[in-house]
Design a protein around this ligand. Sequence first.
Ligand SMILES: Cc1cc2nc3c(=O)[nH]c(=O)nc-3n(C[C@H](O)[C@H](O)[C@H](O)COP(=O)(O)O)c2cc1C
Length: 367
Amino acid sequence: MSLFPPPLAPDMSVAKRPTALTWGRLPLASRFLLAPLAGYTTLAFRLAVRELGGLALATTDLVNARALLVRSRRTMELIETCAEDRPVAVQIYGTNASEMAQAARWLQDYGASSIDINMGCPVHKVTRGGGGSAMMCEREKTIDLVAAIVQSVTIPVSVKMRLGWDDTQLTAPAFARAFEEVGVAGITIHGRTRAQGFGGQVNLEGIREVVRAVRSIPIIGNGDVRTLDDAAHMLTTTGCHGIAIGRGALLNPWIFAQLQAWDAGRPLPPAATYAQRLDFMVRHFRLLVQYRGDHFACLTFRKVANWYCRVLRPGHALQQRLVMLDSVATFEGIAEQLRQTEAYHSPDEWTPGEVALKVPSGPTEHW
Ligand SMILES: Cc1cc2nc3c(=O)[nH]c(=O)nc-3n(C[C@H](O)[C@H](O)[C@H](O)COP(=O)(O)O)c2cc1C
């Protein structure tokens, strides 16, 4: 934490850094956003993170526009939200401009705070039909599609994209400029190409090129920000106006509140103890129960149990029961057992183990 530098020194070449962000006409409480992680950033997780403070905007999992128009049950679950889950962007993907625009209109009536268009997803299921990151190879069609969505709603429309399809086609700066012209409110840029998948380093220079390409809309840098130092490095190196944090928020859901305090020049809240980390897991699970019911809460929790176990290190036996969670009573019993540990009563910062999320290992793998 001591490495974290003082508020940004002005750098006139990239001096476009409002401390509060505006997303179209929507004011945001900070400049730190939760990046969508399909299957993880559910309503329950978003609410649990919001309670810790500092979050500007959260985004749902990506949903297919056509599936939304027929109100597929699974899609309706993915966009579930509530009054406390605001502001929230719903992320859509698809290739048909009219369907995407209709879906956006429907989402506006549904109460979404903004619409995010997915142009970054690398997985075959999405790109084979021309969606996700494949949109970055189709200049005119993509710009027309984005323009059609912007014109169909009054809420802000944003785009989340990668640097391009591969190193030979770094189309993000040109797209960013064109999207600003058709009225997009902001852009999140993951500093990798589609060919990179999730491997290699985030290309901060590539993000900086996107920042340079636009006149005034906010550019949100994304990729591999796990610590406050990473965030400071992203801001200073790229000149981006805000940061979207995905996997780092699973590791440290307090990161938004910590960054907001840093931005405001306030002392950083102390790093989380074991008790706070356990309490966060319990809160997350109870919100899952509240919104999904006992059975689906247990099934959904199994997906996230592994990374909680890496954080809390409950031992093999309890880990096995959490990853096969069968009832609310089992969960509450395990939480109670962990409250009896020495770690739970320690006032010291708790350092979690390395949390690795399963990511597609190559650009053509199914998610
Ligand atoms: C498991 C997983 C699911 C993801 N789901 C989505 C998604 O639904 N929509 C999207 O735009 N990006 C998605 N992403 C990409 C992230 O939003 C983000 O761009 C990427 O993980 C890099 O940021 P990070 O290092 O902060 O996680 C996903 C990434 C992972 C690992």
